[in-house]
Ligand binder design. Structure first.
Ligand code: PEP
Ligand code: MG
Length: 585
């Protein structure tokens, strides 16, 4: 591998600059089960291994196709050699023979076959020839892909990172990202991922700079090599030179000073020049963020993604554990409200012990309230825990992934049964709990008026609303160019939802990633929303712009934008308008 600097560009998903040493997220990080197989299970195990190999070959073909489009000859050669490794007889036969003869599971057999290959390499201290070193890295890369495909996408890896690491991975789940909480990881880069994936959202809430969507990145880097990532621009530099490190250290300092300056005005009220007040609340994934929520002066928690508690293993499904957590958050946030969203499991959020949720098309499967109503003991426990904690603060309960009225009515029925139960045991709960629906599917948007008469508030989830309306997987970087928050269909739906909510006089919050981007603020303000809920660190920047806008002008601006026919036209109009105001970076 060369030590010349190499420049790459991906999607910036979490701001900030990080300079550090690479931690390649690979097979040695993976722990896998080892078990003996009963005779009848051998055929199924062989099939599982065959499928993992096929998936690996399919992944590599996809990467190669993309590289061909960009005529990236050097990288194409690397992928072709990866394809050869994935077809290697010693590896493949070595695994199948072990499954059959030793009657062991596929991961174990595959690991033994991999070790057999590595044993043929010269010992590490002799391995100074570049050929062996590169070949070793390539085999490690491919075997890691195969092992990951065998284990499935939701494998949990307990990893110890060195201080100052920047993780480079094919893909990271929100669970993997949450493990970076400990502070040893400075940032990460992945080959897969989209701007509103939950991995990106967790990165932002942990304030870890991140870039996603750089094809074949893992085969371009070596463990412990130096790397710079810029989470604002998406730029990544491998093997940076001294002057580049100095340049990015300065950029880091500049960003830090900008942030510090913004914090000085964070305490000011969130009000427009013509006196329209809109609440700026925070989205929260883990209770560890409470400090940040205070620091950035959030007016409450507009979205608490409770499923992250389960994913991070901080809390079990038990009523006691949950009650304790909710009490603490409500108490610490008082007098501001806390919007506790019931588990939005499914999609890309599947805890290890719920692999039953895996399906070919998870975003359209048992997700959110659908899952909670099917496994209704989980919803029952969660609601009971929320009710018991509710006397400690201002509680709002939010239902995710609603597509029809019945879902809301079933939740209301369960809530009143639990209340009755609590009353009979003389357990107190607040009478002022508000119930809300997430409007994040086109069907919910279309029936917003009817939904508005069933609930106390709406929370618009644009991350999903965009995904489902435009038929664009929010996780998939291949179609990220189609993920357009400013698509006329989205603006018109937002207008429709807000008109429905305002006509019924209920609060309307917007808690998708759009809320934290100053670019969209004029439009969101014009919609008449009562709250914007975003990643806490975005609040000061959004507030600064909000305080220089007029509500009346924003309404007029929105009317103009609603007449335009493409996202590009709306974006240019917005950018032109924004030039009148000072917006940082
Ligand atoms: C959304 O869909 O916009 C949202 C806020 O929920 P999540 O990102 O957790 O799906
Ligand atoms: Mg959502």
């Amino acid at each position: 591998m060369t030590s010349k600097p190499r420049y790459l560009k991906g999607l910036p998903v979490s701001p900030g600059v990080a300079i550090g040493k690479i931690h390649l997220f690979e097979s040695e990080d993976l722990s896998f089960p080892k078990y003996w197989l009963p005779e009848p299970s051998i055929a199924r195990e062989l099939k599982r291994f065959k499928l993992a190999l096929k998936k690996t070959q399919d992944d590599l073909v996809r990467v190669k196709d993309k590289l061909c489009r960009f005529k990236a000859d050097e990288q194409i050669k690397i992928v072709e050699s990866h394809q050869m490794i994935a077809r290697d007889e010693v590896l493949n036969q070595g695994t199948t023979e072990r499954i059959k003869k030793q009657k062991i599971n596929a991961e174990w057999a595959f690991d033994l076959a991999t070790q057999e290959i590595f044993e043929k390499f010269p010992k590490k201290f002799e391995m100074n020839e570049d050929y062996f070193k590169d070949r070793y890295e390539e085999i490690k890369h491919v075997t890691s892909r195969i092992l990951k495909n065998l284990l499935g996408p939701h494998v949990f890896q307990q990893i110890k990172y060195k201080k100052g690491s920047i993780v480079v991975a094919h893909d990271l789940s929100p669970i993997d990202t949450m493990q970076m909480l400990k502070g040893d990881v400075l940032g990460f880069v992945t080959e897969l991922g989209g701007t509103t994936s939950h991995t990106a959202i967790v990165a932002k809430s942990l304030e870890i700079p991140a870039v996603v969507g750089i094809d074949n990145m893992t085969s371009l880097v070596e463990d412990e090599g130096w790397i710079i990532i810029d989470g604002n621009s998406g730029e990544v530099i491998l093997n940076p030179q001294r002057e580049q490190i100095i340049h990015y250290q300065k950029r880091q300092k500049d960003l830090f000073s900008q942030e510090k300056a913004l914090l000085k005005t964070a305490h000011l009220p969130s009000i427009t020049t013509d006196g329209f007040q809109i609440k700026l609340a925070a989205n929260m994934e883990l209770p560890e963020e409470l400090g940040l929520i205070k620091k950035y002066r959030a007016e409450g928690i507009g979205l608490f993604r409770t499923e992250m508690l389960l994913l991070s293993k901080n809390v079990s499904f038990s009523e006691e554990d949950q009650t304790k957590i909710y009490k603490n958050i409500l108490k610490k946030s008082f007098p501001h409200p806390v919007t506790i969203r019931t588990f939005d499991l499914g999609g890309d959020k599947i805890p290890e012990d719920l692999v039953i949720l895996e399906s070919v098309n998870p975003a359209l499967g048992l997700r959110g309230i659908r899952f909670s109503l099917r496994e209704n003991h989980l919803l029952h426990t969660q609601l009971k825990a929320i009710l018991q904690a509710s006397t400690y603060g201002m509680t709002r309960i939010l239902i995710p992934m609603v597509t029809n009225i019945e879902e809301i009515r079933l939740v209301k029925k369960m809530l009143s049964e639990i209340k009755e139960d609590l009353r009979s045991y003389k357990i107190p709960y607040s009478e002022n709990i508000l119930l809300g629906a997430m409007i994040e599917t086109p069907s919910a948007a279309m029936i917003a008026e009817d939904l508005a008469s069933e609930v106390d508030f709406f929370s618009i989830g644009t991350n999903d609303l965009i995904q489902y309306t435009l038929a664009v997987d929010r996780e998939n970087d291949d179609v990220s160019y189609l993920y357009e928050p400013l698509h006329p269909a989205i603006l018109r739906l937002l207008k429709m939802i807000c008109s429905a909510g305002l006509s019924r006089n209920i609060d309307i919050s917007l808690c998708g990633e759009m809320a934290g981007h100053p670019l969209y603020l004029i439009l969101l303000l014009g919609l008449g929303l009562t709250e914007l809920s975003m990643n806490a660190s975005s609040i000061p920047r959004v507030k600064k712009l909000l305080r220089s806008l007029s509500y009346k002008n924003s309404q007029d601006f929105l009317d103009k934008a609603l007449c335009l026919k493409t996202a590009q036209e709306i974006e240019s109009l917005l950018k032109k308008e924004l030039q009148k105001y000072s917006v940082d970076d």
